[in-house]
Design a protein. Structure first.
Length: 552
């Protein structure tokens, strides 16, 4: 796709017409699919390809590291113990690696804005694209004000100004960065990712030093917190192995929030240079991100803070809630809280930016497919779908609900639904990929013909899909225990299921759509288009850049 970027306007039009011709020949037996597919590739000339390889790889590497890891990981330790939390984050991380590989494989073949919405449209059923598209739009519409509110609360660590002021400031900054060149977003995320990586490495080293007795108190901890109070916690005072397993399962559900958004690195694929090379590189590096930034970090947290420390369950929203700050204070280190709070602030800002970009590109893709009003496909002179961005800008006003106690409760309910919407999205990705995989087999398409074929497929996708279904069905299990009924928890755990099916079957009944047969999935057409438009080889690293393991 980078040939569009590097050639003159006339050559771009010629290449675009060539793509349309190839696709038309492949779909001459499927009604209006010719015009449908052809119009999709117009976005390559409408949108600016301002994201470079280093941007997309750093976004994939550190884009989702945020409050879920720095603040909420302490609650996982308190609920399930150090070993239970480590197993929970490791299990969810392993299952998400399959999701990332699936997205990377399909994104390398179909590098269009909207991610899974576009893959579902072409490989499964327009009704599935419609249902999951609006499911994702909802998740992003609520996530953006949630991150703005989090940023305002984090600033409270230093300031006594009214939170409404900070909500306004962060909202305006996010809108401004989203309405100009996508390169601005890329550079912001690149900088934020560097800060988050430095913090993760720093707190892991700090944890190791404290564990070995290098803190001001010179007390060696070792594995003493694994012995007392123990590696597991009896969740809800349920004794025995059942209580320990339920603690692990609760933390597995909580880990969903920490990992949310890890699959979104292909959402702006049409604005990425050399996507068929950059997307696979980014997908493969996610494995090391999960191991280094989550699995090792959660292990280190379990070494330095006992699971029965009451501070772990505090919900301040700022650095005081971080298990690393708790551990630093226990060891007598006073400078850590402000450092962690500053980077967590950039993490909240980064997450808000990512949700704004991701949500607007999904809405743009929905408009392209006819699942949302076509006005959302309009772009400004910077190549940005400004009406899609403005749509999510309106939802930023939900942030002000946090200023009122009654409204804040409603907003909390909306936020709780986001984790389930994310889980549903992962299930859809697995389902769409399996259809794509078996479509290749049905059409006798070798995986060597694809721009990139992910390893271990389809086995890891089947395993991940099974786990996600279990997590969805048991997400609100604690509400069914005697004396533990919580209406909010039940609604947030299960409301998304009937809404999703209502959108899916409602669309099918109204538009009379059907699931695309395996032999008719347009895989060959996309392969031919990729072959007709080869990308230039990525530049090799030179000098000190050869030591860089983060991108390239």
């Amino acid at each position: 796709m980078s040939t569009f970027h590097n050639s003159a306007a006339t050559d771009e039009k010629t290449a675009q017409d060539g793509d349309a011709r190839i696709l038309s020949e492949s779909f001459n037996d499927r009604g209006d699919i010719e015009g449908h597919i052809s119009s999709e590739f117009e976005e390559k000339t409408e949108l600016r390809q301002g994201l470079h390889q280093r941007h997309i790889q750093m976004i994939a590497l550190a884009g989702t590291i945020g409050t879920g890891l720095f603040l909420s990981s302490g609650q996982a330790i308190a609920r399930s113990g150090p070993l239970g939390a480590w197993l929970a984050y490791s299990t969810i991380g392993a299952s998400l690696f399959a999701v990332v590989l699936a997205v990377g494989e399909m994104g390398a073949l179909v590098p269009l804005n909207g991610g899974i919405v576009r893959y579902a449209e072409n490989f499964v059923d327009p009704a599935l694209a419609f249902a999951n598209g609006w499911n994702e739009i909802y998740a992003h519409a609520v996530s953006i004000p949630s991150e703005i509110t989090a940023a305002a609360v984090i600033v409270d660590f230093w300031s006594t100004l009214n939170n409404g002021i900070w909500i306004t400031i962060f909202g305006v900054l996010m809108l401004c960065s989203a309405l100009v060149f996508v390169r601005v977003y890329g550079e912001l995320e690149f900088g934020f990712s560097i800060l988050k990586i430095m913090l993760v490495i720093g707190v892991d080293i700090m944890s190791l030093v404290i564990t070995c007795g290098g803190g001001p108190d010179h007390q060696s901890i070792g594995f003493q917190y694994w012995r007392n109070p123990g590696p597991f916690v009896q969740y809800l005072a349920i004794q025995g192995s059942l209580g320990r397993f339920l603690g692990f399962w609760k933390s597995a559900n909580s880990a969903l929030y920490a990992y949310s958004g890890i699959e979104n690195f292909t959402i702006a694929a049409a604005e990425l240079k050399s996507p068929r090379q950059s997307i696979p590189l980014a997908a493969k590096r996610v494995f090391w991100k999960i191991v280094i930034f989550y699995v090792i970090t959660i292990f280190m947290v379990g070494l330095i803070v006992p699971s029965n420390d009451p501070s772990l369950l505090d919900s301040t929203g700022n650095a005081n809630q971080s298990p690393f700050v708790i551990a630093a204070r226990r060891a007598g280190i006073s400078a850590i809280p402000s450092i962690i709070n500053a980077v967590v602030l950039t993490s909240a800002w980064s997450a808000g930016n990512s949700s704004l970009l991701g949500g607007s590109r999904i809405l743009y893709g929905m408009g392209r497919e006819g699942h949302a009003p076509s006005i959302f496909t309009r772009v400004n002179r910077f190549g940005i779908p400004y009406l899609s961005v403005s749509f999510f800008g309106v939802f930023m006003c939900l942030s002000y609900m946090s200023l009122s106690k009654t409204a804040a409760e409603v907003f909390t309910w909306l936020q709780d639904l986001v984790s389930i919407a994310t889980l549903v999205n992962w299930m859809v990705i697995c389902t769409v990929y399996l259809r794509f995989f078996y479509g290749c087999k049905k059409q006798n398409i070798s995986r060597k013909e694809l721009p990139w074929a992910a390893p271990f497929q389809p086995y890891i996708t089947w395993a991940s899909l099974t786990l996600f279904v279990l997590l969805l069905l048991t997400g609100g299990w604690s509400t069914f225990l005697h004396g533990h009924w919580v209406t909010e928890s039940f609604i947030s755990s299960y409301l998304n299921i009937p809404i999703f099916f209502a959108l899916y079957f409602g669309y099918k009944l109204f538009y009379k759509t059907s699931v695309i047969p395996l032999q008719d999935i347009p895989i060959r057409a996309f392969i031919e288009m990729a072959n007709q438009n080869p990308e230039p080889a990525l530049k090799p690293k030179k000098g000190l850049m050869k030591l860089n393991v983060l991108w390239g």
